[in-house]
Design a protein around this ligand. Structure first.
Ligand SMILES: C[S@@+](CC[C@H](N)C(=O)[O-])C[C@H]1O[C@@H](n2cnc3c(N)ncnc32)[C@H](O)[C@@H]1O
Length: 204
């Protein structure tokens, strides 16, 4: 089972949102790709944080494509139903828990995520090592704690695939402990010093 949890690295996700919101404020569709999303904790956390900052009207424009290799065909079911053990949600602030989760009436040990959040996230089985993007014209890619398992050559190919998938000006968010390959010099601009948040430069 993949290691992940709700509200993991929420500080970095919120920092990315600080920079992202002015960029997407007048968009009718906001397309985000959570690559290597495990059982949905990362895309659902990002959806909740965005909903908190955007409010219900603008949030309706958000679509998060959550993908994973999903080796054992489990994630499609979990993410599709948005049902999680209540004990997995202990890190969530109580007000967030009360607003976005409800107890399963048939099993009080489990909760369902709200339809508003669930409807913003769509799971798709996808192998990053095909080097084919799930779509192009994306405004934000989140890929954390996935590429460290790949070879240097594979990482470079995946980063180039992300470059193709992003629109010019789009954002990419990576885990703090990894550097991006030196060969990508000029293809991405790091926008903060305290987190691995990059943008694809817009043409001059
Ligand atoms: C440690 S989890 C990270 C989950 C989440 N991104 C986070 O940071 O909490 C790594 C995930 O990468 C997925 N993964 C591994 N190889 C992959 C590949 N080739 N394509 C897509 N996903 C992959 C695994 O299935 C697993 O769910």
């Amino acid at each position: 089972m993949a290691f992940t949890f709700f509200f993991r690295d929420a500080q970095t996700l919120n920092l990315a949102i600080d920079h992202f919101l002015p960029y997407i404020q007048s968009r009718r569709t906001i397309t985000i790709w959570s690559a290597g999303c495990a059982m949905g904790q990362e895309p659902y956390t990002f959806a909740i944080l965005l909903r908190e900052r955007m409010g219900p009207n603008l949030f309706r424009n958000v679509k998060i494509y959550a993908t994973d290799i999903d080796t054992y065909n489990q994630y499609v079911q979990v993410i599709g139903t948005g049902r999680y053990p209540e004990k997995d949600l202990q890190r969530i602030p109580p007000d967030i828990f009360n607003q976005y989760f409800k107890t399963d009436p048939e099993d009080p040990g489990f909760v369902y995520i709200s339809d508003e959040i669930k409807n913003a996230v769509q799971f798709q089985k996808h192998d990053l090592l095909t080097f084919e993007p799930v779509r192009t014209g994306i405004q934000m890619i989140i890929c954390k704690n996935v590429l460290l398992h790949f070879s240097a050559e594979e990482r470079l190919l995946v980063w180039n695939m992300f470059w193709t998938a992003l629109e010019s000006g789009g954002f990419i968010l990576h885990e703090h402990t990894q550097k991006i390959p030196e060969e990508l010099e000029g293809k991405f601009t790091r926008i903060v010093m305290n987190a691995q948040i990059f943008r694809k430069p817009e043409p001059i």
